[in-house]
Structures are given as C-alpha cells and as structure tokens.
Design a protein around this ligand. Structure first.
Ligand SMILES: Nc1ncnc2c1ncn2[C@@H]1O[C@H](COP(=O)(O)OP(=O)(O)O)[C@@H](O)[C@H]1O
Ligand SMILES: [Mg+2]
Length: 332
C-alpha cells in the first residue's frame, strides 16, 4: 500500500519563494509509485490551500481545518525560515499527533535562534564566532559601538537572530554604518547579533538520521559577492558550490566530529545542514549555523552532498520520510 504524504510548502517567511523551489524539486524526485501525495500551499498571509499542481499554483482550494493531516501517514514540511523551520509548525504537528519529517519543535527553535544555538554549542566547546547580542527595547548606539570596538572589531556582521537566506544580514566596514544596519536587522527580529568577521572558507556538511546519524562529505561555497548574500544565493549565478571539497584530513575530521556533536547536542532528527568557516590564516574552524530544513532544490548543497556519497534524491526523500515516521512511532 502506498504511504500517504502531505507536502507543505510556501509559508509566511521571507523564504517563501525558496520553499516553493525546494518543494518543486521534492515533487520531481519523490517516488510516485511509493507515495500518495497531497500538496498544501501556505500563502504569504498564512492561508492553507490545497494545491493540485505545484507548477501553476492555480485553482487552489482553501482549507478551513487541519483534517487533511489526519489523512496522511507523514507530513513533509518543506518550509524555510519563520513559521516553518523555527518549531512553530512542528508544535502544531505534535499537538495533532502527526508524524513529520525533520527536527522537532525544541530542536528547530534552538537551531533557528542564532544566539541560543551559540550558547548551547559553546557549552560543548564547539568554536563559535565572537558575538554580541542586542535587543530592540534597550538598543543604545554608543554602547553598541563600544562593545563592537572591545569585542568584535571591523568588518563585522549584523544579523537578525532569527532569519535565514541572508535576509537582513549585512557586512559592516566602519562604525558610521552600524546604526543603519542595526535598524535594518531589527526589521526582521527584535533581537540581533553582531559577529566578528571570519576571513576564510565557507564549508557545509549534511547530516541525516535520528539516533544513528550519517554525515556526508564536505562541500564548499565560493560566494560571488562580498559574502553569500540572498542575491548571491538565488539570483546572481555567481556563487559556486563545490562538492566534495579537498581539505586536510585533520580539518575534515574535526568538522565531521563537530557536526555530529552539534547535531546530538541540539537534539536534531531527520536532517540538518551544518555550516562552518575555516579561517585562512589559522585554519581555525568555527561553526556558523545549523539549518534544520536546508534548501532542497536540485542544485542545493544538502541533496548534492548526499548524491555525492551515492544517495540519490529519491532515496534521500525515502529515508527522510521513514525517519519521520520512525521518530513518531518511537515517541508513542
Ligand atoms: N562571521 C562571519 N564571517 C564571515 N562571513 C559571514 C559571517 N557571518 C555570516 N557570514 C556570511 O553571511 C552569510 C549568511 O550568514 P548566515 O549566518 O549563514 O545567515 P543565514 O541564516 O541567513 O544563512 C554566510 O553564508 C556568509 O557568507
Ligand atoms: Mg547561512
């Protein structure tokens, strides 16, 4: 008998379009002989709409309740950013007692928040870039400039604490730019972080599994812009994704070890893509972030990393679905 899968995509975050592309790719590769699939498109206002063709997004039927989730064996929330990757929708699935692909509420939420993630990973000695945190309700420019001077230096990165796809993120070269970009980042979150710039390589690794985990080889991003901005990620075609990348054995070993440790500490399940910097002059490794629902287009790093070790897209999707169902069964 075919397993029943509901794929949810779109969503209320700024990564709405990215999610549509990820879901299109999953629809292209998912084995239709194995699964009966229904698609739910969440529009930008948060309405749930039943969709019969992911390529047209027309003739959508509004859903007034969550009954469709009773129908399925598992939900695949192909959602990035707020409301999809931050634990909120995972909480809904838990309340409704539905199996789903990927990390649970707590893990999604803790990985999404760049400050909380750093605090938890510092606790197990995984190196993090030096940073400061600023809350909107007590932001003071002079204090911030002093803190940057003492702890961070220039250039530095200003980021919303909870965002993705580089939205609201800027690289700052001089103190005269700080206020403008702090205000810009506050448009996306009431909490922001300011981070020391790491001059180095940007590498990423895929992790797959619940209790037993598999790590991929390591891929590298070579940004086309000054940094890996939204435009660089999705529009400009100037950035390069290299899989696998040759690193010295010691660095490769450390990244794989940190990735596994971080995945366990953050209580991830299903999947995550974990991103690191390797500083040029010292070869120091820093964990940058954990993406609990990484981009899934056919050129995205996560599926490409697994393809490189022999796990093709359709098999990867099977594994993710099985892991989601297994996690639900184990918890019940
Ligand atoms: N501390 C840093 N040093 C150097 N580059 C950085 C730093 N922080 C972010 N970047 C650049 O900005 C990009 C986006 O930052 P990231 O923290 O990954 O945010 P997002 O969650 O939006 O992907 C990174 O891919 C990298 O190119
Ligand atoms: Mg990133």
């Amino acid at each position: 008998m075919k397993k029943k899968v509901v794929i949810i995509f779109g969503g209320r975050s700024y990564e709405h379009e990215v999610s549509i592309n990820s879901a299109k790719s999953i629809m292209k590769y998912i084995n239709k002989d194995k699964y009966e699939i229904k698609l739910i498109y969440i529009d930008k206002s948060g309405q749930w709409l039943l969709c019969n063709n992911i390529n047209s997004l027309k003739n959508l039927v509004k859903l007034n309740d969550f009954k469709i989730l009773d129908w399925c064996d598992v939900v695949f929330p192909v959602l990035h950013g707020n409301y999809g990757e931050d634990g909120k929708i995972q909480g809904l699935f838990d309340v409704l007692d539905v199996a789903y692909v990927g990390c649970n509420l707590k893990s999604s939420c803790n990985c999404m928040d760049k400050e909380i993630c750093k605090v938890l990973l510092n606790d197990i000695n995984i190196p993090e870039t030096p940073y400061i945190v600023i809350n909107k309700n007590n932001y003071d420019l002079n204090n911030t400039l002093n803190e940057i001077k003492e702890k961070i230096g220039y250039p530095c990165f200003i980021k919303p604490a909870n965002s993705g796809s580089s939205i609201g993120i800027n690289k700052i070269y001089h103190e005269s730019e700080v206020n403008k970009f702090v205000i810009e980042a506050f448009k996306f979150d009431d909490k922001i972080i300011i981070e020391k710039y790491i001059r180095g390589r940007e590498v990423e690794i895929g992790v797959l599994g619940n209790d037993d985990i598999l790590v991929s080889n390591i891929g590298e991003i070579i940004a086309g812009d000054d940094f890996y901005s939204y435009d660089d990620k999705y529009n400009s075609n100037k950035s390069i994704v290299k899989v696998p990348v040759k690193l010295n054995k010691e660095i490769e070993g450390k990244i794989k070890k940190y990735a596994k440790k971080a995945y366990k500490k953050m209580e991830c399940s299903g999947l995550s893509r974990i991103d690191f910097f390797i500083e040029n002059s010292t070869n120091e490794i820093y964990l940058n972030e954990i993406n609990t629902m990484p981009g899934f287009t056919n050129i995205s790093m996560y599926p490409v990393l697994f393809e490189e070790i022999g796990i093709k897209n359709d098999i990867l999707i099977d594994k993710l679905i099985d892991l989601g169902i297994k996690k639900h069964t184990d918890n019940n």
